[in-house]
Ligand binder design. Structure first.
Ligand SMILES: NC(=O)c1ccc[n+]([C@@H]2O[C@H](COP(=O)([O-])OP(=O)(O)OC[C@H]3O[C@@H](n4cnc5c(N)ncnc54)[C@H](O)[C@@H]3O)[C@@H](O)[C@H]2O)c1
Length: 297
């Protein structure tokens, strides 16, 4: 192990992504500090991780001892000072550029000069955050997919400011937590997977809005003809129509291109509060347990 290898990890933000990223690292043997400004988020994150780990033990994927060891490696804290020993900080806080910039500035004051500062943002390229810090060569994107405990692929994105050493250390780190990394040599908003997915969703919405087929028929085609595990409309319901809406609004605001605006049907559903599974209705309807309700016409 050389002195540049990553030995201690910190994850900031214990929401849907951060808590699972912390557990992925702990399961691979890394001591992890999981920090959040809200105590409730830490409590919720820990409770959800317990449930997810119990399921894995029941299914025989992990032993209760492995789970216990992993939990022992995670420090849940509201104190940013506890990040001081981290060799890698993965930021997974709200998707707001100013909040991320401020956090990176604060973290930089606490950690060592070699510490890598990575953002898990799905849409913000790291050069926008790197402007705010004094060691931009240590900054990059490490983008996990949801749910991070399950999804194997991780996109590492090298910005013009990112040193080769930083991206190589990140690639090695991602391999060490048993994930498959892909390196983007140049940064581009949306990275690879979400750009391809975005095109698929645009086409699905075009076909639906223009009356070529219903949303469930388009989902069926994607599943049975293209072998996708889930159709684009069911996927939008799962991730939340608001996510699709805000990503498109941000792209429109950045480019000024009307074509980047959210589709009419998505905007209308967001206006009505039909955000998908989390509100019980999106393109499909869901019962209180989140199961799809079959609508009989
Ligand atoms: N949800 C997804 O599907 C997904 C997938 C990949 C990447 N991401 C990215 O991950 C990041 C987090 O997304 P999420 O869905 O986990 O969000 P979330 O809303 O579930 O969690 C965000 C957490 O950050 C905390 N937080 C806010 N400001 C903070 C600060 N200054 N310091 C510390 N903690 C703070 C909040 O209390 C909350 O617990 C975003 O950048 C998002 O783009 C999300």
């Amino acid at each position: 192990m050389n002195n540049m290898s990553i030995q201690r990890v910190a994850v900031v933000g214990s929401g849907a992504m951060g808590s699972q990223i912390a557990m992925v690292c702990a399961l691979a043997g890394y001591p992890v500090v999981l920090q959040d400004v809200r105590e409730e988020s830490l409590v919720k994150g820990k409770e959800q991780l317990k449930k997810q780990m119990e399921k894995r033990v029941t299914k025989g994927k992990l032993t209760s001892n492995e789970v216990k060891q992993a939990f022992n490696l995670i420090t849940f804290t509201t104190s940013l000072d506890e990040l001081s020993e981290a060799d890698l900080v993965i930021e997974a806080i709200i998707e707001k550029l100013d909040a991320k910039k401020e956090l990176f500035q604060n973290v930089e004051k606490i950690v060592s000069e070699q510490t890598i500062l990575a953002t898990n943002s799905s849409t913000i390229v790291s050069s926008k955050i790197a402007e705010a810090v004094s060691r931009p060569e240590n900054v990059c994107n490490i983008h996990f997919f949801n749910p991070a405990l399950v999804m194997e692929l991780v996109e590492v994105v090298k910005g013009p400011h990112t040193s080769n050493q930083t991206s190589e250390r990140c690639m090695d780190f991602v391999r060490s937590i048993n994930k498959a990394p892909v390196l983007l040599k140049k940064e581009i908003s949306g990275f690879i997977a979400n750009r391809i997915l975005g095109k698929l969703m645009d086409e699905a919405l075009f076909l639906y809005e223009n009356g070529y087929a219903t949303h469930d028929e388009i989902d069926l085609v994607c599943k049975k003809a293209l072998n996708h595990p889930i159709g684009p409309f069911a996927l939008m319901d799962l991730t939340g129509l608001d996510v699709n809406y805000y990503v498109r609004m941000q792209r429109f605001e950045e480019s000024g291109d009307e074509n980047e605006k959210p589709s009419k049907v998505v905007a209308e559903k967001v206006r009505k509060g039909e955000l998908g599974k989390k509100t019980g209705k999106g393109f499909y309807e869901y019962d209180e347990k989140g199961r799809k309700v079959e609508v009989v016409l």
